[in-house]
Ligand binder design. Structure first.
Ligand SMILES: Cc1cc2nc3c(=O)[nH]c(=O)nc-3n(C[C@H](O)[C@H](O)[C@H](O)COP(=O)(O)O)c2cc1C
Length: 373
């Protein structure tokens, strides 16, 4: 299990690409070079990332676009099949699948994960999503449970999956929500261990679920950044302590958007051009409406602020905008604060990863937070 957690390498700071299976990735932008999420682009990206030593790829489980001119996420490749294809084409990189617990029968999901894990020889990881997007559930004809019950169901679901991955067979599972009889699930995950499990709940209930069940907890929180390394340390210590109280060790990861350019001015100009000046406000409005944030519910003034905050920070996560020096410094600070990894997106991953690979990765090696090759 330790090898899986380490993603089979000695990098203290794990780096991953987030959102590449969805059109527009993590940027609600109209710029023509925005991410296509086509299979050829995903495959080329995974091979480039694998060769560069990027540690993981984390897809988004999304079923319906957000509308607007670009219909952000209108095209998305299903994550378990996407991961399986990418694992077959790569050697070192860990690839996650992102599964909505209420939409996938646990025994089917357990076997899909095992298949991906066998293909990748132990490089598959599972991101569990309890669900928040009502429109997606409606489309499946599935009633979204109220928030607490969502996580109660997810608890049954992950317990059933872990049992199916374990050594026993012909078992009965008698959960509050899920009942299974005489279960057989073979083969088991690769190498006698189980896939990495992550979750990114943001409410106390979601976080408690992650503490109880997961190896990695992804936080999108941006507050601790303002206080630098010390604030990051405090935040991470708090999370780890909560997990330890439950007898568990958990690693903390975060997310963000990288715009790296040779000069600070170029990076800031491109960020403003892609994320603000060419924002697809229709997509942003679509996403806010799902969260019941509209001018009618919060008032025009507050709505304007929310809209700008979402376009610039909430959708992509914290913006890492700048020169290779600046981005390497920000990443190293997070690592020194105890952050185990960062899942980041780019407006066009394939165009932008080479500069990151050639200029940011060597700096992180020199700073001691990543190993060569
Ligand atoms: C890194 C990260 C990845 C996530 N991936 C997805 C996803 O693919 N699909 C999805 O519907 N929600 C996703 N979420 C949303 C979370 O799973 C969670 O539902 C959300 O943070 C709300 O928290 P809560 O469930 O505690 O209310 C993600 C969140 C983060 C920070």
């Amino acid at each position: 299990m330790n090898d899986r957690l380490a993603m089979y390498n000695a990098n203290a700071l794990k780096l991953g690409l987030f959102g590449a299976n969805c059109s527009s990735g993590r940027a609600a932008t109209k710029v023509p070079e925005r991410w296509s999420a086509s299979w050829p682009d995903c495959l080329a990206l995974a091979r480039m990332a694998d060769q560069a030593g990027i540690d993981f790829m984390l897809p988004i489980g999304r079923w319906k676009g957000y509308g607007g001119d670009t219909d952000m996420h209108g095209e998305s490749l299903e994550t378990l099949t996407w991961a399986t294809g990418l694992l077959a084409a790569t050697e070192r990189i860990t690839v996650f699948g992102t599964v909505h617990a209420p939409l996938f029968h646990p025994l089917i999901a357990a076997k899909q994960c095992v298949t991906a894990d066998q293909v990748g020889r132990g490089r598959f990881g599972l991101n569990i999503v309890a669900g928040w997007n009502e429109g997606e559930f409606e489309m499946f004809g599935v009633q979204q449970r109220e928030h607490e019950a969502r996580y109660e169901y997810a608890q049954d679901w992950i317990d059933a999956i872990k049992l199916a991955w374990g050594p026993q067979d012909d078992f009965v599972f008698d959960g509050a929500h899920i009942k299974l009889a005489k279960v057989r699930a073979k083969p088991k995950p690769y190498g006698g261990t189980r896939p990495l499990i992550m979750n990114a709940g943001s409410t106390p209930t979601g976080q408690a679920f992650a503490m109880r069940n997961c190896d990695a907890f992804f936080t999108a929180t941006q507050e601790s950044r303002k206080g630098g390394v010390e604030a990051t340390k405090t935040m991470i210590a708090g999370i780890k302590e909560q997990a330890r109280a439950l007898g568990r060790d958990i690693e903390v990861f975060t997310v963000g958007q990288v715009v790296c350019r040779p000069t600070q001015q170029e990076a800031e100009d491109y960020y403003r051009h892609a994320i603000i000046d060419n924002a697809d406000w229709g997509s942003v409005d679509g996403m806010l409406a799902i969260k019941a944030i509209t001018p009618q519910t919060v008032g025009a003034e507050e709505y304007k602020k929310k809209r700008e905050y979402f376009a610039s920070r909430a959708i992509g996560g914290y913006p890492f905008v700048g020169t290779p020096d600046r981005i390497a410094q920000e990443f190293a600070d997070l690592s020194r604060g105890g952050m185990r990894g960062i899942a980041f997106s780019m407006v066009n991953y394939l165009d932008e990863l080479p500069l990151f690979r050639d200029e940011v990765l060597p700096r992180l090696e020199r700073m001691g937070v990543r190993k060569k090759g």
